[in-house]
Ligand binder design. Structure first.
Ligand code: FAD
Length: 664
């Protein structure tokens, strides 16, 4: 029945003020009001309908995305939205499109790597969308190994131009979003060659298509790389292939903020330090961590609401069956994901602060915190996106068979989200970078250089190598100090064990390659510590609102103790806890699940997602799942007729034993 809230009983059980929690989740009242207003504006506009998206053939799907992007731009202009509001609008439209790369990579690349003059020339064009740009780094043959890129940009002093060329098939640009069918321009990464010498990878602004008829310019071969994983999903994006045949661009289209080539072909480093470029990287990774909390919370919102609606077994005397959310196994899979959504939200909030801090320090020529900030953002990008991709798939399984339907919203969410584990740095490659940083830190302990920021705990190595947990009863695991020391001791001990094993190799690089899997585990333990410690720090803030702090304490406990339970081999193996203490942690975890149970639906309501955004029958706010599933099935094109197309040719001949005469 329309208008009935089938989850009202669940909502009435909440022990906290949901409206206040919405503000905590949004970060501030201002953020909440902004996102609430824009998400509703999008949800109520039929121009942004998602109807049938997963059933459209690629060409229609793509054209519909182009229409939506143009319509969104029109709304942004008509409503005179600010940049902040426009970004929100694109987020709530919720369809991957070329605009993501234009605003998210092309413009930031010019801002970060272009000189003031270049920014003055290109940014107004890009901001008005008179040109549309993408970020063309990856090639068919090389992705993670950026130094291995093969595209060349050779300076010709005769004409004061660079010649951009793809010397091999594997040097074709491959993957850039927005490249295939839309972008007029690209920031292209190529080997800079001048005066016969290779100066490594640099960015260049290259025009790809005519601004009149959109045809590729001479020397440019460009197209889409083809269908990707899932229905709808990332197929709305024109990931592209691009080949250059001696394409000439003016010298001033090399992005020259940190290095330049003079008219005479001389390569000069500017006095602006190269490290400045890391600021952009910290920014991009911070947004990826924020996106992880959004994707995780979205999947968890669907799985939680549906788990409260779904009933299986347990009925006695014809009474109601058990809600599946009441099964401890369901709670043990779902509640840690709910806690992770909140944990990633808070660590993302902290990363925003870190970005501001790094930017201010860079402006003051203080590079001291940069390696630590770089390692921490790389590690958190890897940790949160891996957990979120796995978490979305777990949410699909938590919804049983119905989770496998596109109308649950989960298959498309998974297909859209999972490449986050690969782009902006493959997650394993990133953890190896973190591990390198950890090994360097361990080797420098005892020197004058004190570890700072998220690595400061290593300064207490002597204590952390020897201490033992003093937990005696289950509730002792609720003490933040008990949790924090456990995660610190585990992280230090795993790093030190790796460093000791590495020291047995004559050649450190050989050792690093051989021990790579252990090093990644040490890096992950360090990153989990960061998330746990930022959650604990959040709880030390003044958080007003009825019952809010108590709920967050429960979530923090679940996040930490679930990790402790899952990785108890590490905690036991490093000797910090006994098996008795591990078992007490598990007892406490179960108790926390019971505390969370009555608040679960309200905790996902606090994400404040519209039904339009969730796009999931299972996750509907009102819980009216079954009639909608039934209704939607009949909208499938296969159900347009009772008798399937193909019956006469392929089914009837089988039934009627006429295969020999059938035209197959
Ligand atoms: C949806 C999507 C959108 C993208 N958008 C863009 C874009 O807009 N612009 C752009 O330029 N690129 C884009 N990319 C490309 C992306 O940045 C690369 O795919 C990514 O950097 C990984 O590189 P790769 O594909 O070469 O993987 P590879 O590096 O070939 O990885 C393959 C495997 O090898 C492992 N591996 C690699 N190196 C090491 C090592 N040193 N040690 C141990 N293991 C290793 C990896 O962990 C992985 O398991 C996009 C990719 C996707 C999927």
């Amino acid at each position: 029945m329309e208008g009935v809230d089938y989850l009202a009983d669940e909502r009435n059980k909440a022990e906290f003020d949901v409206d206040e929690m919405k503000i905590v989740w949004a970060g501030s009242r201002y953020n909440f009001e902004l996102s609430d207003r824009i998400s509703k504006l999008v949800a109520n506009d039929p121009g942004f309908s998602k109807e049938g998206r997963t059933m459209l053939p690629r060409k229609e799907l793509f054209k519909n995305t182009l229409r939506k992007a143009a319509y969104a731009w029109k709304r942004i202009i008509d409503l005179r939205l600010s940049e902040e509001e426009a970004t929100q609008l694109r987020r709530w439209v919720d369809e991957p499109a070329f605009t993501d790369l234009h605003w998210g990579m092309f413009i930031p690349a010019i801002k970060g790597q272009g000189t003031d003059e270049q920014q003055k020339k290109w940014l107004p064009l890009a901001h008005k969308m008179q040109i549309i740009g993408c970020y063309a780094q990856t090639e068919l043959g090389h992705g993670s190994n950026v130094q291995g890129l093969e595209t060349t940009a050779t300076f010709d002093p005769q004409t004061d131009e660079f010649v951009i060329h793809s010397p091999t098939l594997t040097s074709s640009k491959w993957w850039p979003g927005g490249l295939g069918k839309v972008s007029t321009h690209a920031v292209v990464y190529a080997r800079l060659i001048t005066d016969g010498k290779d100066y490594g990878i640099n960015g260049f602004i290259v025009q790809l298509r005519s601004l009149e008829d959109h045809k590729p310019l001479p020397g440019i071969t460009v197209g889409d790389i083809g269908m990707k994983f899932g229905n709808g999903a990332y197929n709305t994006m024109d990931n592209g292939v691009l080949k250059f045949d001696h394409v000439r661009i003016p010298r001033d289209q090399m992005l020259m903020r940190v290095s330049q080539v003079t008219k005479e072909g001389k390569y000069v480093q500017s006095d602006i330090p190269r490290q400045l470029l890391y600021g952009t990287m910290v920014y991009v990774r911070q947004t990826i961590v924020a996106d992880a909390s959004i994707a995780m919370s979205r999947a968890v919102c669907i799985a939680t609401r549906y788990s409260a609606v779904r009933r299986q077994f347990g009925s006695q005397n014809g009474g109601k069956e058990t809600q599946v959310i009441d099964y401890k196994t369901q709670q043990n899979r779902l509640f840690p994901l709910l806690a992770s959504a909140y944990a990633f939200r808070f660590v993302g909030e902290w990363l925003k602060w870190l970005y501001t801090d790094v930017t201010q320090r860079l402006q003051a020529n203080d590079f001291s915190t940069l390696p630590e900030a770089h390692a921490c953002t790389a590690g958190l990008k890897s940790l949160t996106t891996t957990a979120t991709a796995d978490g979305i798939e777990e949410c699909r399984k938590l919804c049983g068979g119905h989770g496998y339907l596109c109308s649950s919203g989960l298959p498309e969410l998974f297909a859209v989200y999972v490449p986050a584990c690969t782009y902006e740095g493959d997650n394993v490659v990133l953890q190896l970078q973190v591990a390198r940083f950890l090994m360097k830190t361990v080797s420098q302990l005892g020197s004058v250089k004190k570890p700072v920021g998220t690595i400061a705990y290593m300064g207490r190595i002597e204590h952390l190598m020897q201490c033992r947990s003093d937990v005696k009863q289950a509730k002792d695991w609720l003490k933040p100090s008990a949790i924090l020391e456990a995660f610190e001791a585990r992280a230090v001990r795993m790093s030190v064990a790796c460093a000791q094993n590495l020291s047995k190799f004559d050649n450190p690089e050989e050792g690093f390659a051989e021990l790579a899997a252990d090093l990644v585990e040490a890096a992950v333990s360090h990153c989990q510590l960061i998330v746990v410690s930022k959650f604990i720090e959040k709880l030390q803030q003044n958080i007003p609102g009825k019952g809010i702090k108590q709920q967050l304490e429960v979530l923090c406990g679940i996040y930490s103790l679930f990790l402790l339970h899952k990785h108890q081999g590490d905690f036991l193996g490093t000797g910090y806890i006994t098996s008795k203490q591990a078992s007490l942690a598990n007892d406490q975890l179960r108790a926390l699940y019971s505390q969370l149970r009555s608040n679960a639906v309200s905790l996902v309501d606090a994400f404040n997602y519209t039904d339009h955004y969730l796009d999931s029958i299972l996750g509907r706010y009102d819980g009216n799942v079954y009639p909608k599933l039934y209704e939607t099935a009949w909208k499938d094109p296969l159900n347009e007729s009772d008798v399937a197309d193909g019956f006469h040719d392929y089914i009837r001949p089988i039934i009627k034993q006429q295969l020999r005469t059938a035209r197959l």
